[in-house]
Design a binder for this molecule. Structure first.
Ligand code: ATP
Ligand code: MG
Length: 393
């Protein structure tokens, strides 16, 4: 069966009143964006509480479906057959052809669920159910009707045109990006932070990102890996402005002036400070990290207290309660895993102490940071001024 249309179903929650059109318009925008990279031309229309995607001319069904599966806010994607001739006999003919092509194996149970969107149509829903059921049973004697738990729920909607669908493919869920403000993701080359960004984007939040680069200790390839990860996340979230901050001088300065077992914590505090500055300058109202309690020394409760202390923006840590394997499972699902495990060093691993503190004291950390007084403000300023912004789409 050649499907040329998709019926897009989205959750009704959060779409009441005037929010509804905002939600729908954001969803349509995201659908358009996702389909831009698919071969073919698509027309998207909104009609009383639902969205249709129609392909015009040749198009790639699998690619279109994959693109739609990446759009947050969609609950179900229903490939649909649509025809204009509403003549009762024609509907019967079309239904038989549909069942024949979509279900090569006819050992199945089904139920017809007809809906008359146009109340002037001369056949009632119940009558359509009965007659179409009979037509299918006659054409395919192996089929059976099961009104409680059918294998196939065949929807027939008689509106200005007739819509027929029975396949329901799960969408990405969540809310359309653009319905919930913008946040700044601290994106490293690891497994966790791309997943964290994906999770927050799934709630309708637009994402920008910042990466702390430490050349020559971290290579161009390590940076390219982060750009690639940002592009992979952008397939779901829409374009990401990735700010690359040169962190080398700050890192060397901390290395020179502070106790080595506190390096990671102090370094993370400067990352948070700089990320927050760039966030507020670019209209972001939250920070996102890939932290999870206890994963490494810098993510114990005491360490998180220290890194959190430098920020006033809310810090979203969607992976906070996840085990590594649960994070890996998501990264595989969203296709970032393979890129994340490429073996290029990141700046956190270059300067790590053999025995980092696992229970840092905030007072001690603050005292150590006083050793940086002379030059650090200037260095932070310089790092922010010289950042390079890469558009990842
Ligand atoms: P990830 O897999 O995301 O790299 P991780 O397990 O390596 O995480 P850390 O290195 O402790 O954890 O980093 C914790 C969080 O801090 C990361 O998830 C990320 O949000 C942020 N982060 C760490 N290094 C960088 C960096 N170089 N640039 C931007 N953000 C970073
Ligand atoms: Mg890391």
């Amino acid at each position: 069966m050649e499907f040329r249309s998709f019926l897009i179903k989205y959750a009704e929650i959060g779409t009441k009143g005037k929010n509804r059109y905002l939600f729908e318009d954001a969803l349509i925008k995201q659908i358009k964006r996702a389909l831009k990279e698919v071969e073919g031309h698509f027309v998207i229309t909104k009609e009383s509480g639902r969205i249709y995607v129609d392909a015009e001319g040749d198009y790639d069904y699998d690619e279109a479906l994959d693109a739609l599966k990446r759009v947050f806010g969609i609950v179900w994607i229903c490939p649909m057959v649509q025809f204009e001739d509403r003549d009762y006999e024609n509907i019967k003919k079309q239904i038989v052809a549909y069942m024949d092509q979509v279900y090569p194996d006819k050992h199945l149970t089904f139920k017809v669920n007809a809906r008359r969107g146009d109340k002037s149509y001369p056949h009632m829903s119940e009558e359509i159910n009965r007659d179409m059921g009979e037509v299918i049973l006659n054409a395919f004697p192996e089929t059976k009707v099961d009104v409680h738990h059918p294998d196939v729920m065949l929807h027939i909607e008689v509106r200005k045109k007739v819509n027929v669908y029975s396949l329901m493919i799960p969408g990405a869920g969540g809310m359309p990006v653009g319905t919930n403000g913008k946040a700044m993701l601290l994106l490293s080359g690891g497994i966790d932070s791309p997943v964290a960004g994906w999770m927050i984007a799934k709630r309708g939040v637009k994402i920008d990102a910042v990466y702390f680069h430490a050349p020559p200790y971290t290579s161009e390839r390590a940076k390219q890996k982060v750009v690639d990860l940002a592009k992979l996340v952008a397939r779901y979230s829409g374009p990401i402005a990735l700010h690359v901050v040169n962190f080398t001088d700050i890192q060397l300065y901390i290395y020179e002036k502070c106790p080595h077992e506190e390096l990671t914590i102090i370094m993370r505090r400067y990352m948070m400070r700089i990320a927050e500055r760039i966030a507020t300058e670019t209209g972001c109202i939250g920070l996102i990290t890939g932290e999870s309690i206890g994963q490494v020394a810098s993510q114990t409760m005491q360490s998180l207290l220290c890194t959190n202390e430098v920020c006033t923006l809310p810090v979203y840590r969607p992976l906070i309660g996840f085990d590594k394997q649960e994070i890996v499972d998501i990264s595989e699902k969203i296709d970032t895993y393979e890129t994340s495990v490429l073996p290029y060093e990141d700046c956190c691993t270059i300067f790590v102490a053999k025995h980092p503190v696992t229970k840092p004291s905030l007072d001690r950390i603050k005292r150590s940071e006083r050793n940086l007084q002379e030059k650090i403000d200037e260095m932070v300023e310089e790092a922010i001024q010289t950042k390079e912004t890469i558009w990842c789409d």
